[in-house]
Design a binder for this molecule. Structure first.
Ligand code: KG4
Ligand code: ZN
Length: 348
């Protein structure tokens, strides 16, 4: 089953050719340099960037995979969540290819793709893993923070998500307050490491006293801002590393606390992680420690399927949809507004 997958949900234009769980080719064109000077992703620039690059990205992927559009069995595309005007570029391209070459379309939820990044294999079918559902997924990216109960292929339930800022977004905003550009997560990680991840300032751990699996990071961002406003420029510079480190600890402790609650609530101890923040060594260390104390296990996908939004994970998710006939019946019914019903998912 050969799939051409496309993702244009945010600031990466990506196309992949997959065969089952195997990635034959995956091309990602990142717009990070375009958005860097604005301190975050600018939707209109993202749309234009996707329009300029999409054909090149698809053609390069097919060339790398040594196939043509005629050889495809399916065309898969991310339909949401993401920036509507950016998603549209990928969706329109997928529809165009599907109709010109008479291929079936598969619509994939972007977060489902992030869950499936753990299942991606290389073109030789490695790593080979024995998957034993259910899994608890912690998805942490620039746009989303979700705890997901992944009960079997294509079946999952969102246990909790953020009410406002995502974990990555909250790191990006803190970095900006400290005078750094986008993306801020890697900068915060580096500064925190230099401070040996010390929690000097004890910023709040939001929502931990509330008995649910929801997150909220905007209050933490505000306390950070108020704290910074009290410091002189000199004090800020002097304490930069400890400020970054304490902020990062607050975000990650909250993620770990809620993940622990989710383990207790569901009894599921096998974990998967996805999204750009999951490359962070400090977060991994904390999640590993949690998994160890709860007697569970965790698998981290390779950096190439975490660090950037990529179509490889979308192609693998699409494979499991295609296997059970979850294809788009008519291009007109294609809905780019995320509909959980289409995903057989429920939110409790
Ligand atoms: O998954 P992703 O590429 O995009 C979305 O789907 O949103 O994640 C991007 C996010 C950004 O907020 C970025 O700051 C964060 O991932 N990120 C990190 C690190 N590298 C990227 N956060 C913490 N530590 C990192 N090393
Ligand atoms: Zn993403």
């Amino acid at each position: 089953m050969i799939i051409l997958a496309i993702d244009t949900s945010c600031d990466e234009t990506s196309a992949a050719v997959t065969k089952g769980q195997m990635v034959i080719a995956n091309v990602v064109y990142s717009q990070v340099l375009v958005h860097q000077k604005w301190g975050g992703v600018v939707p209109s620039l993202a749309k234009r960037g996707h329009e300029e690059r999409i054909d090149w990205v698809i053609d390069s992927t097919l060339k790398k995979a040594k196939i043509t559009k005629k050889d495809l069995d399916y065309v898969a595309v991310t339909y949401g969540p993401g920036l509507a005007i950016a998603l549209e570029v990928g969706i329109n391209k997928a529809k165009e290819i599907a109709s010109e070459f008479d291929k079936k379309l598969i619509a994939v939820n972007h977060m489902e793709g992030h869950l499936y990044s753990s299942f991606v294999q290389n073109s030789r079918g490695n790593p080979k893993r024995d998957w034993q559902f259910p899994y608890l997924g912690l998805l942490v990216s620039g746009g989303h923070t979700e705890l997901v109960l992944f009960s079997s292929h294509v079946e999952y339930q969102i246990l909790g998500e953020t009410r406002d800022d995502a974990a990555g977004e909250s790191l990006d905003k803190a970095a900006r307050m400290l005078g750094f550009g986008y993306p801020g997560g890697p900068v915060i990680e580096k500064l925190a490491k230099e401070a040996q991840n010390v929690d000097q300032y004890h910023f709040p751990r939001p929502m931990v006293k509330i008995n649910n699996l929801e997150f909220s990071f905007s209050g933490l961002k505000t306390s950070f801002l108020y704290y910074l406003q009290k410091l002189s420029d000199q004090e800020k510079i002097k304490n930069l590393r400890f400020l970054a480190s304490s902020y990062q600890e607050a975000v990650f402790d909250t993620l770990v606390y809620k993940t622990n609650q989710a383990i207790k609530k569901t009894g599921v101890k096998r974990m998967l992680m996805g999204g750009g923040v999951a490359v962070n060594a400090r977060l991994r260390q904390k999640v590993r420690a949690l998994v160890r104390t709860s007697g569970g296990s965790i698998y981290f996908p390779p950096f190439s399927y975490l660090n950037f939004d990529n179509a490889a994970m979308i192609g693998v998710a699409a494979y499991y949809r295609a296997k059970i006939g979850l294809i788009v019946q008519s291009a007109d019914e294609f809905d780019r507004v995320p509909r959980l019903s289409l995903l057989q998912s429920t939110k409790n």
